[in-house]
Design a protein around this ligand. Structure first.
Ligand SMILES: Nc1ncnc2c1ncn2[C@@H]1O[C@H](COP(=O)(O)OP(=O)(O)O)[C@@H](O)[C@H]1O
Ligand SMILES: Cc1ncsc1CCOP(=O)(O)O
Ligand SMILES: [Mg+2]
Length: 306
């Protein structure tokens, strides 16, 4: 699949930045924070625990390992909260639900808050089903440091939490929303929702798509790269959430969201150039996660809105 690779932010200057944004300068402190976080991941192999769906659990763990971290998957509240005391960040993904999750997930989120433990939420398929909606609503009281999702999930969660100015009651949270785990909206459609959500949680929101959007509620970044093959394998988004967790274990929420997204874009582009289809893409992608250097991640195609 056609894609482009760039070696340095300077080479990005030869290409158009996303509309309404300009490429982040090579000397911008944000790039140095990303490089330092990536280096810290490589140096310290941080554990980020995951409570994640059964479809992509293996890919999440392998991606965290290939990105330089370590993985531990856990599902029972006492086990999750005990593990949280051994690591610096966790990841919750609501993709596949079990009956006990309705009580367990709110307990876990409350426990994280009491521990002061930062976590990443992937609100997979937000808006589908009463159980998923009840769980996501409960997280409003004990919110994550980072929300990572596709555009439809971010729009739906923001609406559900009553943060959408057009729908302050969240009454219509499930109307016309995801028809499954895939997005039915473009990233631009989630821009305002992402900003509101980031301000509410006091952290960062990452909206994935062809060009990703990351915001801390003040600045809005756009990250290009990646591969169309990422939409043809399962778990690109889920594993990105896990790797945000890996970065969150060593950095602040905005740097974690930017660093993991930049890594996925650089590694996705590199893998795209070698892949022959979705199967070989997965293998090439894990290799590329492993082989991408902190400086290459910091040099990614990162723009900031004017
Ligand atoms: N068309 C595309 N071109 C390049 N990269 C993409 C494309 N679509 C998604 N990605 C990348 O795939 C990863 C997962 O994003 P996405 O597919 O939106 O998540 P989800 O699987 O949760 O819907 C992100 O790193 C994103 O940048
Ligand atoms: C197919 C599927 N069904 C429930 S969770 C899941 C995985 C979704 O993975 P991703 O959002 O990363 O594509
Ligand atoms: Mg997803």
């Amino acid at each position: 699949m056609a894609s482009q690779q760039f070696d340095s932010p300077q080479s990005a200057a030869a290409h158009d930045a996303p509309a309404g944004a300009h490429w982040l300068a090579a000397t911008d402190p944000v790039r140095e924070k990303i490089r330092a976080a990536a280096q810290s991941v490589r140096d310290t192999t941080p554990l980020a625990q995951s409570v994640t769906n059964f479809v992509t659990v293996n890919f999440v763990a392998n991606a965290q390992l290939a990105a330089g971290g370590t993985a531990a998957m856990s599902y029972l509240p006492d086990d999750v909260l005990a593990t949280a005391q051994l690591c610096h960040a966790s990841y919750i993904n609501v993709g596949t639900l079990q009956p006990y999750y309705r009580e367990a997930f709110p307990q876990i989120a409350e426990g994280f808050r009491k521990l002061g433990h930062p976590w990443v939420l992937d609100p997979v398929a937000a808006g589908i089903g009463e159980t998923r909606s009840a769980i996501l609503m409960a997280f409003r009281d004990n919110p994550p440091a980072v929300v990572r999702g596709n555009a439809s999930e971010i729009i739906t969660l923001t609406r559900m939490w009553g943060l959408d100015s057009d729908d302050p009651d969240g009454a219509d949270a499930s109307a016309n929303r995801p028809q499954g785990v895939e997005s039915v909206d473009g990233v631009d459609a989630a821009r305002d929702a992402a900003i509101r959500l980031a301000r509410f949680i006091g952290g960062a929101v990452a909206v994935s798509g062809e060009v990703d959007l990351v915001t801390d509620g003040e600045r809005v970044f756009r990250l290009a790269g990646g591969s169309a093959y990422m939409t043809k394998i399962t778990g690109a988004g889920c594993s990105l959430g896990g790797v945000v967790g890996t970065y969150l274990a060593v950095s602040d929420p905005l740097t974690a969201a930017l660093g993991a997204s930049a890594l996925y874009n650089v590694a996705g582009s590199a893998a795209d150039a070698r892949a022959k289809g979705p199967g070989s893409f997965q293998v090439e992608f894990l290799d590329a996660l492993w082989n991408t250097t902190p400086q290459q991640i910091a040099n990614g195609l990162i723009a900031v809105e004017d």
